[in-house]
Design a protein around this ligand. Structure first.
Ligand SMILES: [Zn+2]
Length: 683
């Protein structure tokens, strides 16, 4: 669940972002747009009317509206006017006049089915762009549920009407709300509209409170309404935290809204979280601050995608990472290490791309790049220019770019300006090149010099090299010496460290403070190792308790739907050794690396308690002379496989998982990390 949902997908709508095209192509900018919609859940129907006020007429206007819409009329200055509607584009010529009001009346049916198995493709939208149902309504901006002008209007007002008790939410301040007769209606107004709004509606119970001039709302279904105080308190806390860090919150309100399917969306001024997501105890301190930080980065300031999407890396750094850092340096270090492990185990030459090509995550590799590598890059910038310059640059960006867009270039310029030196030359390769440096230590020697020791060595990196400021730590008998070695973009760089105390060990980047591709020796075997494998074999042994289809579905949930699956008897040891392997059941002829005793013990005690209802999945490193990983998929019965196999993928960073009695019983890293980048000098 975590890997899928925690990094709430910020949905970027490019239509109205105002990024690339110039104003003339976009047509006139509306002064005001008023949208009134009426929802009919039984018929999956929205009936709408939109008034758009243009400052002058005599121009051609193109509006985007769902291709399946039926247009009842288009009126301007009180008269019906001709229009052209096809392929989702409504084109009309404005009559002459100083100020022209256009009214479009239309209806559209939206009933996208909710995908019941989104884990397999990690689709954060669950396949739904818009649906109006008895369970709930979601109208994503990308569905064009109203006539969307090419440029965001200067003001926008949205009125949502639904059967009594069905409350709607969208962007802006709630300026009116009433239930009269058989209808519930609310009106929302944006003084500084951004993007293309989404709408959610359902039988919500509403709570609200004020914090520092911002109205907070919770719109939750009855079954989760008891969680409102907890979410409102968390939202208040993180809003205050981020206002102090970035400057004023850019919207009128912030609402926590429940969705009838399991999204983790962040929209301007509200977050839309699935009911099962909201129930998870950690969401209020993980997804929620992530979505609140998007209010500045990605929602308030739109992403100019011409150089890639920077906002996920930045928000991952400022929420998921920074909150851990505030709690403890140890948690922060673990998090940075995990980003490096994820990248090294999920990204291969085949699926790598530079940050400037990242748009949104669609698989584990794109997440490791856009979110993980992006976050590490911001960490490197902060380490390089210091906290004051780093956070000052963010405040200046927030002040100057709010309600507009920004690109990577703008961000690098802001950091350069704040640091008082040009960072482009240093940062450009990290943005425009795929991959990163693969660093190792070689020829490390120590010799007596005067009354101390001189430790010398070489930092090696294969081509193509990167320019890095590499932290080294020399441990001695009287403490550690930290040194930063400037490594130019070349294959070998000499370094020397003098110490008066006897040296013990030297570490390369001990605090995981730079982005680099760590060596296989530094990566523990985890479920993610299988997701990133390019040579995976599924092997069915005689001990396998399930049909091949169940085994294949489990592989597909690990993004390995195309992996070859064979029976053990058709395979020899050499073939097996040249691939990563997942065994269904314990192999008879082929060898399995030894399972750590604590994993065996945990599995046996799970079986003792819930016989027939257990599943073990363990990923093991091959002996150090060989490369790759071997995994064992061991459901006790068909029933336990059906119940638990699809959950394995959510435990990507773990080396083993044991399910029984309806839940995860035990998880861990299994065989421990071999520490890489360390040279022992104690002999
Ligand atoms: Zn995000």
């Amino acid at each position: 669940m975590r890997s899928l949902l925690i990094y709430g997908a910020l949905v970027l709508f490019l239509m109205a972002g105002g990024g690339g095209a110039d104003a003339a192509e976009l047509g006139p900018r509306a002064k005001m747009q008023e949208i009134s919609i009426s929802l009919d859940p039984e018929r999956h129907l929205v009936t709408g009317q939109s008034n758009i006020l243009f400052g002058h007429g005599d121009e051609r206007v193109s509006l985007s509206l769902a291709a399946t819409a039926q247009i009842d009329s288009v009126r301007a200055a009180g008269k019906e006017i001709p229009f052209n509607f096809g392929g989702g584009k409504l084109v009309l010529d404005l009559p002459e006049g100083d100020s022209v009001n256009v009214t479009v009346s239309y209806r559209v049916e939206f009933n996208d089915p909710v995908s019941r198995n989104p884990a397999a493709n990690e689709d954060p939208s669950y396949g739904v762009s818009a649906a109006i149902t008895a369970e709930g309504t979601f109208l994503g901006g990308g569905s064009h549920w109203y006539p969307v002008p090419a440029q965001v209007p200067l003001n926008r007002k949205i009125s949502i009407t639904a059967p009594a008790g069905i409350e709607g939410v969208t962007n802006g301040a709630r300026v009116h709300r009433e239930t009269s007769g058989k209808l519930t209606r609310s009106v929302w107004e944006e003084s500084r509209p951004v993007g293309v709004p989404s709408v959610s509606a359902g039988p919500y119970l509403i709570e609200e409170r004020q914090v520092a001039g911002v109205t907070l709302y919770s719109y939750l279904y009855r079954s989760n309404a008891n969680l409102a105080p907890r979410y409102l308190a968390a939202a208040a806390k993180y809003l205050s935290f981020y206002q102090e860090l970035f400057g004023p919150y850019p919207f009128e309100k912030f609402a926590i809204v429940e969705n009838f399917f399991q999204t983790g969306y962040g929209f301007p001024s509200f977050t839309l979280l699935g009911g099962a997501v909201i129930k998870l105890p950690f969401i209020a301190d993980t997804s929620l601050p992530h979505e609140i930080a998007h209010s500045w980065w990605g929602n308030g300031i739109d992403v100019d995608l011409s150089q890639g999407n920077w906002c996920e890396g930045l928000v991952t750094y400022l929420a998921d990472y920074l909150l851990k850092e505030r709690r403890s340096p140890a948690e922060a270090l673990e998090y940075r290490k995990q980003l490096l492990i994820d990248y090294a185990s999920l990204v291969s030459a085949e699926n790598d791309f530079p940050l400037t090509s990242f748009v949104s995550r669609n698989d584990p590799a794109s997440r490791a790049i856009g979110y993980g590598k992006g976050a590490m890059l911001f960490h490197m910038v902060r380490s390089e220019i210091g906290d004051d310059a780093f956070f000052n640059a963010l405040r200046v960006l927030a002040r100057d770019r709010m309600y507009a867009s920004a690109s990577w270039r703008d961000i690098v310029a802001a950091f350069s300006h704040s640091a008082g030196r040009d960072l482009h030359r240093w940062l450009d390769p990290w943005l425009s090149r795929p991959g990163g440096p693969r660093l190792s230590l070689a020829q490390v020697e120590m010799k007596r010099q005067g009354d101390g020791w001189l430790v010398t060595g070489t930092v090696l990196q294969p081509s193509p090299p990167f320019e890095v400021r590499l932290p080294l730590r020399l441990e001695t008998e009287s403490g550690a010496i930290e040194k930063v070695v400037p490594v130019p973009d070349q294959n070998a760089t000499r370094f020397a460290v003098f110490t008066s105390a006897r040296p013990k060990r030297i570490h390369l980047d001990p605090a995981a403070s730079i982005f680099r591709i760590i060596s296989p020796a530094e990566i523990p075997a985890t479920v993610n190792s299988l997701k990133g494998s390019t040579s995976l074999l599924g092997v069915i042994t005689q001990d396998c308790q399930v049909q091949p289809e169940i085994f294949k579905a489990m592989l597909a949930s690990l993004s390995q739907g195309d992996a070859r699956v064979m029976v053990e008897s058709a395979l020899d040891q050499d073939q097996a050794a040249s691939h990563d392997v997942v065994f269904c059941g314990k192999p008879q002829r082929l060898s399995l690396p030894s399972i750590p005793p604590e994993v065996e013990t945990a599995f046996e005690s799970a079986i003792a308690v819930a016989d027939g209802d257990t599943l073990l999945f363990v990923v093991l490193k091959r002996p150090s002379t060989e490369r790759g990983v071997v995994a064992l998929f061991q459901p006790e019965t068909v029933e336990s496989a059906k119940k638990y196999a699809s959950k394995i993928t959510h435990y990507g960073k773990y080396g083993f998982v044991i399910f029984s009695a309806g839940a995860i019983q035990s998880k861990g890293t299994g065989n421990a990390t071999v520490e890489g980048g360390v040279v022992d000098l104690s002999d």
